[in-house]
Design a protein around this ligand. Structure first.
Ligand SMILES: [Zn+2]
Length: 97
């Protein structure tokens, strides 16, 4: 996302969260932005770098399943945890064809 747009959106989040939670906004918003930045970095890495040959391969396969096989499933980018919880795990993800 362009830096200026990120700054504008972050400022809007700050104003909204400040109105809702007062001074707790400083801890909450910094954690929120750190989590979102981590998500963006992982998503970028999955699309730019080759699939690793270690435990991270599962995350790559999971996200590529979302883009190329089952777009209505596998929404988790950094982890398939929420797909287990919301029942959106791909049906055939781990089967080798
Ligand atoms: Zn993606």
């Amino acid at each position: 996302m362009p830096p200026v747009l990120s700054l504008i959106i972050s400022t809007l989040f700050f104003i909204i969260y400040r109105a809702v939670m007062g001074n707790y906004v400083f801890g909450f918003l910094s954690g929120f932005l750190m989590g979102y930045s981590t998500y963006l970095a992982i998503h970028y890495a999955i699309h730019v770098f080759k699939m690793p040959k270690n435990f991270l391969k599962i995350i790559w396969e999971h996200h590529l399943t979302h883009h190329y096989r089952e777009p209505d499933r596998a929404f988790g980018v950094s982890s398939p945890l929420w797909d287990y919880i919301f029942g959106t795990m791909p049906k055939n993800e781990w089967k080798k064809s």
